[in-house]
Design a protein around this ligand. Structure first.
Ligand code: IVH
Length: 704
């Protein structure tokens, strides 16, 4: 692969095609993380740069632009990402009450603060809707903007999407104040939610875990047409900035005014005189909860008179004049019918409780998570036991308690399996990773040989940062994995495809759906290209637990060659203390990695898979890091946006020149390369007196 920092003009069409494919995959992956998972892993600036590079390449090689290129997707770019909106009046949260006593305390506090001396204070009580809050700004009776809550100070501009929500009026009825910010909850009803999920399922799209997520996901769509197709609802219950002359002077009257202006308001809002009445209404709502048709998670009480609200004011981020009385997590008692062990794609064995079906909070529950073997032991859950099941909001039902009656004592404690269900009957290991949670998971070490893990391993093997075989993506792996004529069940099979195809007289790959003579020839050429591969990619591709890209690179550089690494690993398996020490001495490598490497090569099936692969593939010796450059041995941190190259490129180049690239600034940092928008890392560097240079200075320094 050519270095990605070359100008598009310097690339051959073939090189450009490869880079376009790689960039497209990467951008798509970032899009998914950002838009679908709401969990981006790169900065906006970094993402921008990837897109710019793709656009430049496609501009230079228009023929290579695929119709499905992420550059062609309207609304996928960061420019179309939601703008930020600063809330003129912050969107605050509510303090919580969990018991009757908490509510009495709240009412008592209000009276004391206002020094009412027994004079009545009226409250409103209304359901707490489980959706996401939204602020709608109207000027002269017209909707001008809509924003999510965000961090309370700044939200996302979702105006175009909100305009498609039928419940939200775009023009208000007469009598609206000049400026009116209406706040409320966007939510999705149960029936609509179920229908949406069914549609998504049929379309092969992501389904949502609960109505709240569905509402949030639907509102935060880039394409308002998608939002329009989602059954979003809205209840108005609060306000932000409002022209001073707006007359209603109580919570109640303002919400009634919302109704008159055209907003849906919740019918279960009432006015109460004291704590007793609030609690009575709470119980009424609690009893109706399952039949409301939408999710609520409590009841909100607010002081009715606005002048009193004003006097009460706020404590930190919540009003002193309101409180959310939350429903307790719902529980029910049932019988533990069995414990199934599910084997995941990473070989993790997760126990699932099979229950005699029971209704918890209006939902029939027949499975519950048991997390891991430790949890079963902690609960001492035995099959046949009476158990207490809890369903808290949307989370998967859990067993919170086992009834330790006389019958419990007569039952056998549950024995967690020690070997995998896979046909190898491989022993399960308890992973000792840095993160405690994973440490409790039991995994099969069969890796490529374990039928539960094979496909996942193959997917990893061909992924972009591993073997990166063009034309052999997830879809193709899925095809080959199940194909009867040209099965690919382990990496070596990829490299025998061409010979198998040539040898087969009746069945030809080029005759299969989705393939043709050209694509098959291209695929085989791409496979051939990878018959030699850098050692670090090779090691990464093996899918050894805890050996990610960086670790693979460290190992490759330290051992230099496949034979040296393999020899070292096998000696560690054999318990050779010197070999272990040797591995331990490598920068950034510790017990976790060593144990994972040893577990991998201890497993005969894995060794066989690797041996078969090595018959077809030659890992190239790793480049030893340079020692004769100006940055060799220096620790560098990149921060802010880079203009000339992507973060990955900068990192790769620095490492090629013998520098070490770190993610955060510490006393060990030698150089910080700061671009526009650099923040806390830059500040830290200043504080520690670390040398700070610009991207340009950095390029000068590494030049030649
Ligand atoms: S009043 C200053 N009323 O609960 C307080 N909030 O925990 C303004 N919520 O962010 C909020 N139903 O998203 C209020 N009837 C209701 C509500 C409600 C749901 C949400 C809202 C808020 C969160 C606070």
């Amino acid at each position: 692969m050519p270095p990605a920092d070359l100008s598009p003009d310097a690339l051959s069409p073939l090189e450009a095609a490869a880079e376009i494919a790689r960039l497209s995959d990467e951008i798509r992956e970032h899009d998914r993380r950002y838009y679908r998972d709401d969990a981006p892993t790169v900065s906006d600036a970094e993402y921008d740069r990837l897109r710019r590079r793709l656009l430049a390449l496609e501009a230079r090689f228009p023929d290579l632009r695929r119709p499905d290129s992420p550059s062609q997707k309207v609304g996928a770019g960061p420019s179309e990402k939601f703008d930020k909106v600063t809330h003129r009046v912050p969107m605050l949260s509510l303090d919580n009450a969990f018991s009757d006593a908490d509510v009495t305390d709240f009412v008592g506090r209000v009276h004391r603060f206002l020094a009412t001396h027994g004079e009545a204070v009226a409250f409103t009580a209304e359901p707490k809707i489980d959706g996401l809050s939204l602020s709608l700004r109207y000027e002269a009776g017209r909707l001008v903007s809509a924003a999510t809550r965000g961090d309370g100070a700044e939200g996302e501009n979702v105006t175009a999407n909100v305009r498609t929500v039928a419940d939200v009026p775009t023009v208000l009825a007469d009598g609206a104040p000049e400026v009116l910010e209406v706040r409320g909850e966007v939510y999705m009803g149960h029936t609509d939610f179920a229908a949406l999920n069914a549609r998504q399922e049929v379309a092969g799209e992501k389904t949502f875990a609960n109505p709240r997520n569905a509402a949030a996901g639907s509102l935060r769509q880039l394409d308002p047409r998608i939002t329009a197709s989602r059954p979003l609802r809205f209840f108005a219950y609060a306000w932000g900035e409002v022209s001073e002359d707006w007359s209603p002077t109580t919570q109640w009257d303002r919400v009634q005014a919302f109704r008159a202006l055209g907003f849906p308001v919740n019918d279960l809002m009432v006015r109460c005189a004291d704590a007793e009445e609030l609690l009575a209404h709470y119980r009424r709502i609690e009893a109706m909860r399952a039949s409301l048709g939408y999710d609520i998670d409590g009841v909100v009480y607010k002081v009715d008179r606005l002048d009193l609200q004003q006097r009460l004011g706020f404590v930190s981020r919540s009003p002193r004049w309101a409180i959310a009385h939350k429903f307790p997590a719902e529980r029910a008692t049932t019988i533990l019918d069995g414990i199934d062990i599910q084997v995941g794609r990473t070989g993790a064995h997760t126990p699932v409780a099979r229950l005699v079906p029971v209704t918890v909070g209006g939902v029939v529950v027949s499975n519950a998570t048991l997390h891991n073997a430790d949890e079963i032991a902690r609960l001492d859950a035995r099959i046949g036991d009476t158990v207490v099941v809890q369903r808290a909001g949307d989370v998967i039902p859990q067993i919170v308690e086992v009834v330790k009656d006389a019958a419990h004592e007569t039952r056998e404690p549950f024995a967690f399996p020690h070997i995998c269900r896979c046909d190898l009957a491989t022993p399960l290991v308890r992973e000792e990773t840095a993160t405690g949670e994973e440490g409790r998971i039991r995994r099969c070490t069969g890796e490529f040989a374990c039928p539960y893990q094979r496909q996942e391993h193959l997917r990893h093997f061909v992924s972009r940062r591993a073997f990166d075989i063009e034309g052999l993506g997830e879809k193709q792996i899925e095809f080959f994995f199940t194909d009867q004529d040209f099965p690919v069940r382990e990496p070596a099979d990829i490299f025998t495809l061409a010979t198998r195809n040539a040898a087969s007289r009746l069945k030809k790959l080029e005759n299969k759906e989705g393939f043709g003579a050209t694509s098959v020839a291209k695929l085989f050429a791409a496979v051939d290209e990878r018959r030699t591969i850098g050692l670090e990619r090779f090691l990464f591709a093996l899918g050894i637990r805890n050996v990610g890209e960086t670790t693979a690179r460290q190992l490759a550089r330290a051992y230099g060659s496949w034979s040296a690494f393999h020899d070292g690993a096998m000696r560690v398996v054999d318990g050779d203390a010197a070999a272990r020490e040797e591995m331990d001495a490598i920068d950034q490598i510790g017990e976790t990695v060593i144990d994972s490497v040893a577990a991998y090569f201890r497993e005969p099936h894995n060794r066989a898979v690797v041996d078969r692969l090595i018959e077809h593939v030659t890992p190239l010796d790793a480049e030893k890091p340079k020692t004769d450059t100006r940055v060799a041995g220096r620790t560098v941190v990149f921060t802010g946006s880079l203009e000339k190259m992507t973060r990955d490129e900068a990192k790769a180049m620095a490492e090629r020149l013998g520098a070490k690239v770190a993610g955060s600034v510490s006393a060990k940092t030698h150089i910080v390369v700061a671009g526009p928008g650099a923040g806390s890392k830059l500040a830290k560097a200043r504080e520690l007196g670390v040398e700070i240079i610009s991207e340009e200075e950095w390029l000068k320094r590494i030049d030649g």
